[in-house]
Design a protein around this ligand. Structure first.
Ligand SMILES: [Zn+2]
Length: 446
């Protein structure tokens, strides 16, 4: 291939990198929680926000491409601080699903739904580090991948997900856990993941000596730790040992003042993942969800068909844990509201990609809706999903739309502060200054 053709192809591949782009006229929600700015001007240069401010106060650079976005709303890209890649293929959990091809396809899906960064919180093969590193050097498009590597589970216990042997550690004691954390640290993960749960009484729980050793060793290596939790008592023990984030809601009972004090003192992050519990029954309770093009666009038609069958409905209704899952969702909703009101650090995640009903792309917009139903204001939900997750990740280059930050943002046809479901009205997605078309463009977003 000659050099001119190569240059032309490079331009086609990333038209927005070569130029300065100015988006003007939109309402700007910047992710900090402050009131939106009407008639804003956003200047994007080299994948970053060069300037942002009110019309008339920002100088529009000569020669820039100007995009009129009046009537639209701009907000930061969503950051999913608890997702998964490479676990579900063709609507089924597959132990051999973690391939480069599948991971890349799932990062593209997240991005097309406005999720510009995702922390794959455990169950990653070592290949995930390669994908991350290649992506950071610009070779792979899609949502920015952060990875927690394999993670620390329990022998014959959580996580009960079919994966390859090199996808999760299951240490038998504290010494093994520490050695496996050291091995993980050699790959420079973005987080460490633990699973502390008996999954409705089905499995043995992780020995507290194991999680204490794992957290201690991770911190020695300057790696932050997130844990799967369910029970209030486990959350307190984990926070006592220094865990940095709770990766699910506390769902057995209401949170109490002692937990709030502990979380505030240590700055522990809380990721509610309300859609985890809801996804266990939502498609049966509300089959009309399957008619929503925004959900349907995230699944193959045969997978949608499977969720419509009486067999699927019967399977959901026959789950003896169903009443407990419904109660868990109720507790989770009350607890996230209580912790938000108490001023605890709230981040955002969905556990999407962990199983076929946790639908990556759709789940993140549903989670925002559930957070608002739980009592958070739309602004609080959006701040959790942008600045909150960025803070949990320690990713200072994203999460808000301020000068110098990555140009990771969404252009919406309607204001999500009026109705949180307006985050689904995606007009365009910008990831590192590169414009991406939505996977599904709703008629109401044109
Ligand atoms: Zn998970």
């Amino acid at each position: 291939m000659n050099r001119t053709l190569l240059a032309a192809l490079a331009l086609i591949a990333s038209p927005s990198y070569a130029e300065v782009v100015v988006l003007q006229g939109a309402r700007l929600i910047d992710g900090t929680g402050k009131a939106p700015l009407e008639n804003a001007v956003v200047v994007v240069d080299g994948g970053r926000i060069a300037t942002v401010g009110a019309a008339g106060k920002v100088k529009v650079p000569q020669g820039a491409r100007v995009v009129d976005v009046s009537g639209r709303t701009i907000m930061p890209g969503l950051i999913n601080a608890h997702g998964h890649v490479g676990l579900v293929v063709g609507g089924q959990n597959k132990a051999d699903g973690y391939t480069k091809e599948n991971v890349q396809a799932q990062l593209a899906r997240y991005e097309q739904y406005g999720v510009t960064s995702v922390l794959s919180l455990g169950l990653n093969r070592d290949l995930g580090y390669e994908v991350r590193d290649q992506q950071r050097s610009g070779a792979i498009p899609g949502a920015s991948l952060f990875t927690a590597g394999r993670g620390i589970g329990v022998p014959d216990g959580a996580p009960p997900v079919p994966v390859a042997p090199d996808q999760v550690y299951r240490p038998k004691n504290a010494e093994e856990a520490a050695a496996e954390v050291r091995e993980t640290a050699s790959h420079h993960p973005d987080y460490l993941k633990l699973w502390v749960d008996d999954v409705y009484g089905k499995f043995p729980k992780m020995d507290p000596k194991v999680f204490k050793a794992a957290i201690g060793e991770a911190h020695k290596n300057k790696i932050k730790v997130a844990s799967h939790v369910f029970y209030l008592a486990d959350a307190k023990a984990l926070i006592g040992d220094g865990v940095d984030a709770l990766a699910h809601s506390i769902r057995d009972q209401p949170v109490d003042a002692a937990l709030v004090a502990q979380m505030k003192k240590r700055g522990t992050f809380y990721v509610a993942t309300l859609s985890v519990d809801e996804s266990a029954f939502a498609l049966v309770d509300e089959p009309a969800l399957l008619d929503d093009p925004f959900l349907a666009g995230a699944l193959a038609p045969e997978v949608i068909q499977r969720f419509r069958t009486p067999e699927y409905r019967d399977k959901v209704n026959a789950d003896p844990n169903l009443p407990r899952i419904r109660a868990a969702l109720g507790n989770g909703m009350k607890n996230v509201k209580a912790l938000q009101d108490a001023g605890v650090n709230i981040a955002f995640g969905t556990d999407s990609g962990a199983n076929p009903v946790r639908i990556a792309g759709w789940a993140e917009h549903r989670e925002l809706e559930l957070l608002v139903r739980a009592g958070l204001t739309p602004m609080a939900a959006l701040v959790a999903a942008t600045r909150g997750s960025a803070k949990m990740l320690g990713a200072q280059d994203r999460g808000t739309l301020e000068k110098g930050k990555r140009a990771d943002f969404l252009v919406l046809a309607a204001n999500p502060l009026d109705d949180i479901r307006n985050t689904r009205k995606l007009v365009s997605i910008w990831n590192g200054g590169r414009e991406v078309q939505p996977g599904v463009q709703l008629a109401s977003a044109r």
